[in-house]
Write a protein that binds this ligand. Structure first.
Ligand code: PGA
Length: 259
């Protein structure tokens, strides 16, 4: 048994996919297809493109067990930042959470852990939970620097955070080499990294926070590999990209956690 109150979570990151009708169809398919008894105590989060958050939160109103997240937010509350969306705006359309620090944001938009820390503060201030993503690149894994890299990301990002703030933070370990590549970390690789991440959290915030923090695995999670990954005591769920775009696959992954 996993110690409580660590939550089991399966989150779907839709990235920049699906036009309006397709987003609504996918949300409706989840709403209709998900059977509570098979979900167990698994919490589901879906992260559609920002533009589609509001109709989806309206659709899911009064649906316990499915929360909605944004995929990014700006660190400032408002101002002359053309094209950006603030945490306050995301909260005002009833989203529950925001994914921050995704490797695609780091790679294509130059986000650093210092910036991600500011975004996390803005999100928490606006009562949004945070899914903080970390993970090493292939060259870093090959040179055996993965723990140093991920440990460094977490130590920098959470330098100015309190144990109290951490109660609204979920960590997602996503090795960059496994994202969208079809290549998944082995259960042993993921499990050992999750264990390491928990030890860093313990060092920073104490044992109680480390034990209570949900750590998700992300990177080519599929219906066929989810159950093995989720069976590991340190893997509390998944952050799913590609497979979250198909309702049937995503539901099977959720049941792999719930069952
Ligand atoms: P993937 O993406 O499941 O398509 O590998 C995971 C992610 O980027 O969160």
């Amino acid at each position: 048994m996993k110690p409580m109150p660590r939550r089991k979570i399966v989150a779907g990151n839709w990235k920049m996919n699906l036009v309006y009708e397709e987003s609504i169809e996918l949300a409706e398919a989840l709403l209709e297809g998900l059977q509570e008894e098979k979900m167990g105590d698994t919490h589901v989060i879906i992260a559609p493109p920002s533009l589609h958050i509001q109709p989806i939160t309206e659709l899911l109103l009064f649906t316990p067990g499915i929360a909605v997240a944004a995929q990014n937010c700006h660190e400032e509350a408002s101002g002359a930042f053309t094209g950006e969306v603030s945490a306050q705006m995301i909260r005002s359309i009833d989203a529950d959470a925001v994914i921050l620090g995704h490797s695609e944001r780091r790679e294509f938009f130059g986000e650093t852990d210092e910036l991600i820390a500011k975004k996390m503060k803005a999100a928490l201030k606006n009562e949004l939970s945070v899914i903080y993503c970390c993970g090493e690149r292939l060259d870093e894994r090959k040179s055996d620097a993965h723990e140093e890299v991920v440990g460094g990301q977490i130590r920098t990002a959470f330098k100015d955070f309190s144990a109290d703030e951490m109660t609204n933070v979920i960590i997602a370990y996503e090795p960059v080499w496994a994202i969208g590549t079809g290549e998944t970390a082995t259960v042993a690789q993921a499990g050992s990294m999750h264990h390491f991440i928990r030890s860093v959290l313990e060092e920073l915030f104490g044992a109680a926070t480390a034990e209570a923090t949900s750590i998700l695995y992300g990177g080519s999670v599929k219906p066929g590999n989810a159950a093995d990954l989720f069976a590991h005591a340190d893997i509390d769920g998944g952050l799913v990209g590609g497979a979250s775009l198909k309702a049937d696959d995503f539901i099977r992954i959720i049941y792999a956690m719930g069952g």
